[in-house]
Design a protein around this ligand. Structure first.
Ligand code: DOR
Length: 436
């Protein structure tokens, strides 16, 4: 039997209050929470008053395996995840080959079972021609549609194809909402510009708004579960504030909350991503949208590319930034500054994603629930340093930012995987399951 006791923790409860005490884990589950539990366990962590959180669920990452393992693989990406307190992730299908068949999905699951140190789930990617398997491929957390082109070759941009996908089946559809025709037209219009800042002009707010509006229209037409990934503009927040059916969810990224077009000046194409970083007005609208519940949760869109690739000249530079290992300390630092509360972080990063994707027994510290936990240190500040990044990409757009709330321990399935800066070898995560 695997047993672990975490003693003297500030245990984060769902409502954002904390309880001082111990958490006892048996065979992967939280079996007891109490003031002082009288039990001997195989392993003990003395939390020494540190804050114990449910493991973070990152519902949007790109781990590049198979096909681009020189940027990241399921092993290195999941190690980066647990360093950042992330115990479960949902991974995107724009690998090579794309995860758009049952065989590709099976291959990913097999690879993950051999090397992932966090719990893993995968999206099935839509193409104009794979409708037959979109609703039968299993296990998947949802269907991913790239409405605008990004990294990889997945794309469904014709309204008749989108209509057919929304009109068939019941699974959650997660959309990358950017309008492909507008991207193409504006790429031509701005073809003489090679400064990375033009990226936010080409893929402007209207590019995102148009696609989100179409996705929302189709979702309402068929009452189809819709999730809008990495929502980035104040116009989209306004749209959802006016009209958001109860079966629709949306997410924001730390990148879009904390970075904006000013960052091109110092970081250039490092901060190039799709949808792009916006203006301070959009940063604030996203924060407000999260606080008001217009946006439901936070993902990172961890999208690793090498520094060498990022140092080419625009538009050769690939879009995306790593983020899975910095999201929790970034958000806890915002909390320490008074920008949000612990209750909000728990909803946005732990149980919110679990509820939307119907992942049972995850995202809360409750007896009987899964023992996925992270113990964070709110008393120490430490900068994000490229030299310390676990992701194979080896860099962070937040290099140099002083953060608090770095995990000391991360526990996956009742076992310590991340232990004060190191990974304990030989412990693997599990495939996620989803309630129908
Ligand atoms: O910037 C991005 N990079 N946006 C995406 O949608 C994909 C991602 C990637 O996979 O590189």
């Amino acid at each position: 039997m695997t047993t672990l006791i975490i003693r003297n923790a500030q245990i984060a409860l769902e409502d954002g209050s904390t309880q001082e005490g111990d958490v006892y884990c048996e065979n992967g589950r939280i079996s007891k929470i109490g003031a002082s539990i009288d039990v001997k366990a195989k392993e003990t962590i003395d939390a020494n008053g540190r804050l114990l959180l449910p493991g973070v669920i990152d519902p949007q990452v790109h781990f590049r395996e198979p096909g681009k393992e020189y940027k990241e693989d399921l092993g290195s990406g999941s190690r980066a995840a647990v360093r950042g307190g992330v115990t479960s992730f949902l991974e995107m299908p724009n690998t090579s080959p794309a995860t758009s068949t049952q065989a590709a999905l099976d291959d990913k699951l097999r690879r993950a079972s051999e090397k992932c140190v966090a719990n893993y789930g995968f999206f099935i990617g839509a193409t104009p021609g794979n409708l037959d398997i979109l609703n039968t491929a299993t296990p998947v957390c949802g269907i991913k549609i790239f409405m605008g082109s990004s990294t990889g070759d997945l794309l469904v941009n014709k309204e008749k194809d989108l209509d057919r996908i929304f009109g068939n089946g019941e699974r959650l559809i997660a959309v990358h909402a950017e309008d492909e025709d507008r991207i193409k037209q504006r790429q031509q219009q701005f073809a003489d510009r090679t400064d990375p800042a033009v990226h936010s002009e080409i893929r402007d707010n209207e590019t995102a708004r148009l696609a989100s509006e179409l996705a929302l229209t189709l979702s309402k037409k068929y009452q189809r579960r819709l999730h809008i990934l990495h929502l980035s503009t104040h116009e989209e927040v306004d749209m959802l504030r006016k009209d958001k059916p109860e079966w629709v969810t949306a997410e924001a990224l730390p990148n879009h909350l904390l970075l904006n077009v000013k960052d091109y000046e110092t970081k250039g194409a490092l901060v190039q991503m799709n949808p792009p970083i916006r203006h301070s007005q959009d940063n604030e609208a996203l924060w407000q949208g999260l606080k008001d519940g217009v946006l439901d949760f936070i993902a990172t869109d961890h999208a690793p590319h090498t520094l060498e690739e990022k140092r080419q000249s625009y538009p050769k530079t690939p879009s995306g930034m790593p983020g899975v290992e910095t999201s929790l300390p970034l958000m806890l630092t915002q909390m320490a500054k008074g920008k949000c509360t612990l209750a909000q972080i728990l909803k946005w990063m732990c149980y919110g994603p679990a509820q939307a994707y119907r992942i049972p027994h995850k995202g809360k510290i409750l007896e009987g629930w899964d023992a996925d936990l992270t113990l964070v240190d709110m008393s120490r500040r430490h900068p994000v340093l490229n030299e310390e990044i676990f992701s194979r990409s080896g860099w962070s757009p937040f290099h140099g930012w002083e953060l608090t709330g770095w995990p000391s321990y991360t526990v996956v399935g009742g076992r310590i995987v991340f232990d004060n800066g190191s990974i304990r070898e030989g412990i693997l995560g599990q495939p996620l399951s989803y309630l129908s």
